[in-house]
Design a protein around this ligand. Structure first.
Ligand code: PHE
Length: 378
């Protein structure tokens, strides 16, 4: 069952505004059902608790100067999501394989950067935007097609860097790193972190911050000094600014010891009851893990095959029972035909699954993979 009308700051949205029978629409019902869930606005939910903790850091460090937005509509124009932040016309993130399109000019935002330009134009100089973002992606314990980001932007006036004697860009970059390192310490206390040089179309220079978690470096945010062109279009030629975008799930998984990203969407009391408002330090106690069930599937791919399309079918059939989709074999024969073998892990976080129901899911997946992706099963 899917809510019929949603509302974002006065804008009413129905299913027919999102899921359309249109060749340019690639939004399935499983994604529409996540719209309006607003995990980031629940004070007892790990995502909401984390948002509030970050608010607290900014309120204290910058004496309440950051304006906060957490109810901007996730349906945005291609212009807002890409053009306004200088994403090149041929950038992969614009593809139907990576982004959910409602029609050729409208998408589900794939990042909170989609709101940078409009807020700058409205005159905001210090702001935080929190919201759900949507990306077609593979399936594993840290990826989910809907997740939450917080965007931060700070605009400087000429007198701020002039007094320092260093150039505007270096001044902003230094301030940015100090701010985010302070935030990491506020959230984690002592944690191992490192800065990586990065590329984003909307910032230069650009950086990524990684945090060491469970023997792996986890990318938690992207940031940089805002491209001057974005400021210029907002009539702010005399300013310099920084921006960051951080993934709330990634940070929350580390902070609360949450092992699987699907748990954030669980209504199971054994999950939800473990968190309370304002409590950042709580470590999640996993309830018993039910056994996984693995199913392999091999097929000859065609030119249009993508893993994201496969994963969308798996999610459409199995929903959150799909834990991982992994390519385990890949070869090309003498005739030039390429075969892929995928291993699908099914596991419920709430109960044991029966053989019958998994077999049924798997037959369903096989059916749809054949009919929708036009691949040849082996
Ligand atoms: N929008 C980027 C992303 O989603 C993150 C980012 C935001 C990077 C702002 C730089 C500045 O990956």
């Amino acid at each position: 069952p899917v809510a019929s009308v949603l509302e974002f700051g006065g804008v009413k949205i129905g299913r027919e505004d999102v899921v359309r029978d249109d060749p340019t629409n690639n939004v399935p019902d499983s994604i529409f059902s996540r719209l309006g869930m607003q995990l980031h606005r629940r004070d007892q939910h790990p995502i909401g608790i984390l948002k509030n903790a970050i608010y607290e850091y900014f309120d204290t460090s910058y004496s309440n100067t950051f304006d906060k937005f957490d109810n901007l509509c996730p349906i945005v124009s291609v212009k807002q999501n890409f053009d306004d932040v200088l994403v090149p016309a041929d950038h992969v993130s614009r593809s139907y394989n990576d982004t959910y399109y409602i029609d050729s000019q409208t998408v589900l935002r794939c990042h909170t950067s989609a709101h940078q330009a409009e807020l700058l134009r409205k005159g905001h100089t210090h702001f935080l935007v929190t919201g759900d973002v949507y990306r077609r992606d593979s399936i594993d314990s840290t990826h989910y097609p809907v997740f939450h980001q917080m965007e931060g932007v700070r605009v400087f006036q000429p007198d701020e860097w002039e007094a320092s004697g260093i150039d505007a860009t270096s001044y902003a970059a230094e301030d940015l790193k100090k701010c985010l390192e302070g935030l990491a310490r506020h959230l984690f206390g002592a944690v191992e972190m490192r800065w990586i040089d990065a590329y984003f179309p909307f910032t230069n220079p650009s950086f990524e911050l990684e945090i060491y978690f469970k023997e792996k470096w986890l990318e938690v945010l992207g940031c940089g000094v805002m491209e001057q062109e974005i400021l210029k279009r907002a009539d702010r030629v005399n300013n310099v600014a920084w921006a960051f975008g951080l993934g709330l799930e990634r940070l929350a998984m580390v902070l609360f010891d949450i092992p699987d990203i699907r748990l954030f969407w669980s209504n199971d009391e054994r999950f939800t009851s473990q968190f309370s408002k304002g409590q950042l330090g709580i470590k999640f106690k996993p309830f018993s893990k039910y056994p996984p069930c693995y199913k392999d599937m091999s097929f000859w791919i065609n030119e249009s095959f993508t893993e994201n399309n496969l994963c969308e079918i798996v999610r459409g059939v199995a929903g959150d029972l799909a834990e991982e989709v992994l390519l385990i074999d890949n070869f090309t024969n003498k005739k030039g035909m390429t075969s892929h073998c995928y291993r699908i892990a099914y596991r419920s976080m709430e109960r044991s699954l029966t053989d019958e129901e998994i077999n049924e899911l798997q037959w369903n997946v096989r059916d749809q993979v054949q009919s929708k992706l036009k691949v040849v099963l082996r």
